[in-house]
Design a protein around this ligand. Structure first.
Ligand SMILES: C[S@@+](CC[C@H](N)C(=O)[O-])C[C@H]1O[C@@H](n2cnc3c(N)ncnc32)[C@H](O)[C@@H]1O
Length: 261
C-alpha cells in the first residue's frame, strides 16, 4: 500500500502540536551554534515561523530569509512576524532562490527529513552560505524513537494501522547527518543529541495536542471503527499521570553543524 504523504495545512494547529516542541529543542540547538549577532540567515523549511521567531529572539539576526512549500504555514508565519526583519517565500530546499554566498548561516529546523533528496538540500544550503558561515540542522531522531509522539505511532502500528513517515527519515541519524555534511564539503562537522521534555496539564491535553498534528487524525480517520478508541486506551496505559494529574513526555532530536570552506 502506498503511504499517504504528510502535508502541513494549518499553521495554528502546527503551533500547538509541533511549534512548542520545536522551540524546546531549538533553544538548545541555537545555544550550541552560538552564532554572533547581526548575521543574515536562511531558515529552510521555516514552517509557521516557529524557528524564525526563535532565531529573532535568541540570535539577533540582521535578517532572515524563510522558505517553505506550504502556503498555510507561510500565511501564519507572515502574520506572526509582521514588522520583523524576515522575508518569507514559497519554495523548497532542493532549489533555493538565493544567490551563492548570500547569507551567513543556513538552518533546517525539523525539516531535513521532509526533503526528498537530503544531499541536494544540504548542498543547496552550503551553496547559499558565504565562506566561514554556518550550515546546521536538527531533526527528531525518527529511527531512534525520539519523535515526540513515537509511542503513539508504535501503538498504532501494533494495531496494524499505517502511519505515514517523512520521506527521508534516515537523514535524522547522527551518522547520516555527519556523512551528509562532510559530503557537502563542510568543515568542522559536529553532531549531538538534544533531549527535551514537555509537560501537559492532563492526558486529555496530551492526546488532543497529538491528534492536532498532520498525521494522527488521518490515521484514525482511515482506521476501522473502534481503532481510535483502542489506540487511545493503549497509549493511556503507557503514559502515567504525575502527582499533579498531568503527563510529561520526552523527545530527542539529533543536530548537526558545519562551516562553509
Ligand atoms: C516539522 S515542520 C518544521 C517547521 C519549522 N522549521 C519549525 O521548526 O517549527 C517541517 C516543514 O518542512 C516543510 N517542508 C516539506 N518539504 C520541504 C522541502 N522539500 N523543502 C523545504 N521545506 C519542506 C513543511 O512544509 C513544514 O513546514
Amino acid at each position: 500500500m502506498s503511504q499517504p504523504t504528510i502535508t502541513f495545512n494549518d499553521g495554528a494547529a502546527y503551533e500547538d502540536f509541533m511549534g512548542v516542541w520545536s522551540r524546546l529543542a531549538g533553544t538548545v540547538f541555537l545555544e550550541w551554534l552560538a552564532p554572533r549577532p547581526g548575521l543574515r540567515w536562511a531558515d529552510i523549511g521555516c514552517g509557521n515561523g516557529a524557528s524564525s521567531e526563535m532565531l529573532l529572539d535568541l540570535c539577533a539576526p540582521a535578517m532572515i530569509e524563510g522558505i517553505d512549500p506550504s502556503p498555510a504555514q507561510l500565511d501564519f508565519a507572515r502574520k506572526r512576524l509582521a514588522g520583523r526583519p524576515v522575508r518569507f517565500e514559497q519554495g523548497g530546499a532542493l532549489d533555493l532562490p538565493y544567490p551563492d554566498g548570500s547569507v551567513d548561516a543556513a538552518m533546517m529546523a525539523l525539516a531535513l527529513f521532509f526533503v526528498p533528496y537530503p544531499a541536494r538540500g544540504v548542498a543547496e544550503m552550503a551553496r547559499v552560505v558565504a565562506p566561514g558561515g554556518i550550515v546546521a540542522a536538527y531533526s527528531w531522531d525518527m529511527l531512534g524513537g525520539g519523535f515526540p509522539i513515537h509511542l503513539i505511532h508504535e501503538e498504532a502500528e501494533a494495531l496494524g494501522l499505517v502511519v505515514p513517515r517523512p520521506p527521508s527519515i534516515e537523514s535524522s541519524r547522527r551518522e547520516d547527518m555527519h556523512a551528509l555534511w562532510v559530503a557537502a564539503g563542510l568543515r568542522d562537522v559536529e553532531t549531538r543529541a538534544i533531549t527535551v521534555t514537555r509537560s501537559f496539564p492532563s492526558f486529555e491535553a496530551y492526546w488532543r495536542t497529538s491528534l492536532s498534528g498532520p498525521t494522527l487524525s488521518g490515521v484514525i480517520a482511515r482506521a476501522p471503527a473502534g481503532a481510535g478508541a483502542a489506540l487511545r486506551d493503549r497509549v493511556r496505559a503507557r503514559v502515567p499521570d504525575d502527582a499533579a494529574g498531568g503527563v510529561t513526555v520526552t523527545a530527542t532530536a539529533n543536530a548537526v553543524k558545519g562551516v562553509k570552506r
